[in-house]
Every structure is written in C-alpha cells, then in structure tokens.
Ligand binder design. Structure first.
Ligand SMILES: *Cc1c(COP(=O)(O)O)cnc(C)c1O
Length: 476
C-alpha cells in the first residue's frame, strides 16, 4: 500500500469489516476457546522479507487472530469489568491513528493539550466533582494511582526522595482496605515504599473499609515512629463494588494531614447520575481521584481520568526540563508530560470528546441507568430463586452470587460446584463471567455494563445459568 488511492480502497473495505464485526459480534464465542500456544503455532518464526498484500493479511486475521480474540465488545461479556467501546470512540481512534500525534508538550499538539483540558473539565462537571480540581488523562488507573502515591511520597518527604533517593529511612506508610485493587500494592512497590508498609485495613460485612480501624492503625503507626503518607479509598471495589465511607476517611486524612486518594476506576462513571452521588459524599476532601472512562463510559481502552486538587504538587513531582524541551509557551499552557510518568502521550482526549458529544450527557446517563436497572433485575431473580443466593449488595452494575442447592451445606463442595458451573458456562461460548472470593466463598461475578447489553441478554444468560446448574446436579 503506497498511494492514497490504494489506502482509500482498503480503508473502505475496513470500514465495512468493522461494521460487520459489530453486527455479528454475538455469533462468536465470547471467551476465546483456543488453547495456550495455539495462535503462536500458526504464526511464522520470522517476519516476511517481501510485502504481503492487505487481502492476505486480512485473511490471516480472520483465520488465525479472530479465534484467539475474547470479545469484550459482545453484549454477552459479563466478566471482570468491561472495557467498553462505542461507535464514536472507534471513529475517533481512526482519526487519532491518522494524525499520529505525540502530545508530550503543548507545542507538539496544541489541540491535544487544550482539548484534554476542556474534556476533563466536562467530565468534572458531568460527574459533580469539585470545581477547583484539575484533570489529566492517563493510560490506566494503575498509572493514575502510581502518580498519586509518588506525589504523596514527595509531599511527605518535602520532595527529598526525588532529589536524594532513599538515603534515609522515611518509614512511610500507605493504607487501604483488604478489598483494594492490586494496583495499590504495585504502586507502593514501584514508589519504593514497599509492600510491608502497605497497611490493609479491615472491612465490614459490606466489604467497606472500617474507618475506626483506619484511625487505630494510623495512631499506632504514629506511636511507632512511622509517617502516615497516603490513604487509598475505593468507590466500587473490584471484587464486589463495595464503597468505602469517603467522608469519614477524608476527615481522618485531614486530621492527620495524610494524602487522600480515591480509586473509582469502574464505578466512578456512575457519578454522572445525581442519584448515585451520595456514594461520593465527602469526596471534596480528596487530594486525588481516578476513574476510567475506558471501563464504563463507552470510550475504548485506554482512557483513565485522573483529577488532583493541587496540580502544582503533581507537576513538582514529575517535572523535568532538559534543554531540548524548553519552550516559550511554558507556564501559559499545560505541558502534560509533567503530569505523569510517560513523556510521550497519545491523543486520548479526541475519543472522549467524540463520545461525550455523540452520546450527549443525557445519552450516557440513560445507558448507565439501564445497566443499573439490569443489575437490579438480575439481583431480584437471584433473590427469588431457591437455588441461588446473592453474596454482596448491588450498588452498581455488578452482581455477586452463587449456586447453592438447598441440600448442600458443605462450603468446599459449594466452591467446587460453582467453579465447575463457571467453567461450563464459559466453555459454552455463550457468555463470559468471572469469579472472586467473598468471605472465603467462591463467588460468581456478573457485570451488566457492556455498551450494547439489553434486557434480553441478561435474561438469556440467567436462563443459561439455571439450565447449566440443573444439568450439573443431574450429572452428579
Ligand atoms: C480495574 C480497576 C483498577 C485498574 O485499572 P487499570 O486502568 O487497568 O489500571 C484499579 N482499581 C479498581 C477499583 C479497578 O476496578
């Protein structure tokens, strides 16, 4: 492919293929059924020396690659949390790839920098976040949380670790609940704070952090000469979408002058709904906050919205200024390379802009409300069923449950049955769900938040779960 004319012809074909894919996505097994190594074994050991025609590449894509694809954009995808896409998002990504922007500083792409600033203000407004916050798009919540921990570390040490490294024992401590996402531990390790200084606070019967236990841990650490540096609270934990008591935790952080980071990677999108904002009460006390439009706001991976109360702290933590990056516009505009780990930055704001405008805020609200209703419907069915039970409250669009036939009381037997049930459901290719453990119990997780999921998909999945469970009992 060398000429614009050749590209045009191929691009038209590709647009048709993409539309076909969306039309037919329900026909594929949701979870890829290939075995480990099956894809690699079909790929040659060495790259081709001679050009390969697009038709041949696409033929291999269909034959070799597609069977190894797990269809995250299928409305029968109920696993993990979704990585949602949508039509406007896909179209924006085409443009993003075409323009190939590298938005490290304002000068390298003024529109990328200024659009990013504006769409982050839009998100803040849409979600009712504090007006004084500043936002930046990161690739993932993991990177956002790492930025939070690094900034907290520098604030606690007076920017000494950045300057001198760990030449003394700062005895920094980070706090989160036992239900917190693994990215917090990863960030604590990378930031040089260490896993042993990540204090896991106990949770209550709804899997939310106990603020009294947090206070006890902080006070004990102060007595022992540690420096409480950061508390990470979650709105919507990964296992069960539990919500930590933000207001109470925020007050403790203010009292002891501890950085307060709030991780709402999945559930943060629900804050577009005024009726869900009570979960974020007290959020104005946070120093930093992250949620992922790439999970539940129809903007394809990757797009993580990171907000900070004091951008100067963030910039002081990450700023670096070699001669070749000095510009005359410094200080007048946002140079986002100073707002996170990477220097080079993708033009992620474009897809968010397309999505917010093409859905409209009302359109986004309507979809998220529908997903919440679908979860309530499923939770209602489970509650009415004699054979299934809910294992956690359903504040958002994740339903945690298990199969528990009345005559079986042995916990390890129930674990086994539910694991078998999960494997059979996923092997059917019809749906994809995942699991967790809650109070030690093997728990099925079903998320009703895929962009195009409708009531009929949930109904069909629920029927399949019942039928598969019944068969499992018959076959012993
Ligand atoms: C998914 C998730 C993360 C990690 O998100 P990435 O963007 O993949 O890094 C962090 N925290 C919570 C609560 C999550 O659900």
């Amino acid at each position: 492919m060398k000429t614009p004319a050749e590209f045009r012809a191929e691009a038209h074909k590709m647009a048709d293929r993409i539309a076909d894919y969306f039309e037919q996505v329900e026909l594929y097994p949701v979870k890829s059924l290939v075995k480990p190594g099956e894809i690699a074994s079909q790929l040659p050991d060495f790259p081709p020396d001679r050009p390969v025609q697009m038709d041949d590449i696409m033929e291999d894509f269909e034959k070799i690659i597609l069977p190894g694809i797990t269809h995250w954009q299928s409305p029968n995808f109920f696993a993990f949390f979704p990585a949602n896409s949508s039509y406007p998002s896909v179209l924006a990504e085409m443009l993003t790839a075409t323009l190939g922007q590298q938005g490290m500083i304002w000068e390298t792409s003024p529109a990328a920098a200024e659009l990013e600033q504006r769409v982050m203000e839009w998100l803040k407004n849409m979600c009712g976040l504090p007006a004084e916050w500043s936002g930046v798009i990161q690739d993932t919540a993991s990177a956002s949380t790492l930025a939070a921990l690094l900034t907290a570390r520098e604030k606690a040490t007076g920017f000494k670790v950045n300057a001198e490294g760990f030449d003394r024992d700062w005895k920094l401590r980070i706090y989160c609940s036992s239900e917190t996402h693994s990215s917090i531990e990863k960030a604590a390790r990378i930031a040089g704070i260490g896993r042993k200084n990540l204090v896991k606070i106990a949770v209550d019967h709804n899997f939310a952090m106990k603020p009294a236990a947090l206070r006890d841990a902080v006070e004990q650490d102060l007595r022992d000469g540690y420096k409480p540096t950061c508390v990470v609270a979650t709105i919507g934990t990964t296992s069960s979408t539990a919500v930590d008591p933000i207001d109470e935790i925020g007050k403790i952080c203010r009292e002891y002058n501890i950085w307060f980071h709030v991780d709402a990677a999945f559930a943060g999108s629900a804050l577009v709904l005024p009726e869900k904002r009570h979960f974020a009460e007290g959020l104005d006390q946070a120093d930093s906050f992250v949620f992922n439009p790439h999970k539940w706001m129809f903007t394809n991976f990757d797009c993580s919205a990171y907000f900070v109360n004091d951008p100067d702290m963030l910039i002081r933590t990450f700023e670096i200024l070699p001669e070749y990056l000095k510009t005359r516009t410094r200080g007048q505009v946002n140079d986002y390379r100073d707002w996170g780990v990477a220097l080079g930055r993708r033009f992620r704001a474009l897809k968010l802009w397309f999505v917010i405008r093409n859905f409209g805020v009302d359109g986004i609200r309507e979809k998220i409300r529908k997903h919440l209703d679908l979860a309530q419907w499923l939770a209602g069915e489970i509650n009415q069923s004699q054979e299934f039970e809910l294992l956690a409250p359903v504040p958002f669009s994740l339903v945690c449950f298990r199969f528990c036939p009345r005559h079986i009381h042995d916990e390890s037997m129930l674990d086994n049955i539910n694991e078998k049930l999960l494997l059979q459901l996923n092997a059917s290719g019809q749906i994809y769900i995942t699991h967790t453990r809650l109070n030690g119990k093997y728990t099925l997780r079903m998320v009703t938040a895929q962009t195009n999921v409708e009531h009929r998909h949930i109904e069909k999945a629920w029927r399949l779960i019942n039928e598969t469970a019944a068969e499992l009992m018959k076959s012993g």
